[in-house]
Unconditional design. Structure first.
Length: 190
């Protein structure tokens, strides 16, 4: 699964550098369903590490009109990263806030957090925090996932933020506009 995910990330990045988003393929998506599918796919990994996963509240549907592929890339890569960096017996929280103008996605995980000096570099292609290597930890991956997330968020006209409390948690917050015109007019590649 890790090898397939790494290869998928590499291919997505390669495609993103050589073509633009297709026009006219916007769909009405329920992001809660994408989260449900993603959490089911990664359930063996969370179970193996005894990670408590708190899914989005059932009452929130998280609807957005957008291209499905970049939304799915955002969800899959952020959940995958949260699992990688959550220690055994830790916790991952997934949430959505849906209003008339935007959809907010937030994913947090317990763990050692991200050093403040690393945060500005997180979305750089192939970037891996030196702290993990210095501590002798080997976290699998290629360093492409967050770069792909960043490109996907930009292609949808959105923004992504990172907050981290060392020794406690890391939070990724994605804000995506819900209006079709914003998603189509961003012109960003993915």
């Amino acid at each position: 699964l890790r090898m397939e995910n790494s290869l998928s990330n590499a291919l997505a990045l390669f495609r993103s550098e050589h073509k633009r988003l297709p026009k006219g393929e916007l769909q009405n998506l329920e992001v809660t369903e994408i989260f449900k599918q993603t959490l089911t796919m990664f359930e063996p990994m969370t179970r193996a590490k005894n990670i408590n996963v708190v899914p989005p509240h059932k009452a929130i549907t998280g609807r957005i009109t957008a291209h499905e592929e970049p939304v799915r890339q955002i969800v899959v890569n952020l959940v995958s990263n949260a699992i990688k960096y959550t220690p055994p017996d830790g916790q991952i929280r997934v949430g959505l806030h849906d209003n008339a103008n935007e959809l907010m996605i937030h994913i947090s995980n317990s763990g050692h957090g991200i050093p403040a000096e690393a945060i500005p570099h997180l979305f750089t292609k192939f970037y891996r925090s030196g702290e993990d290597r210095a501590a002798g930890k080997r976290i699998p991956g290629t360093g492409l996932g967050l770069n792909i997330v960043h490109k996907a968020v930009e292609s949808l006209g959105g923004q992504i933020y990172v907050k981290s409390k060392p020794g406690e948690l890391t939070l990724f917050l994605v804000r995506l506009p819900k209006r079709e015109e914003q998603a189509e007019s961003s012109g960003a590649s993915i």
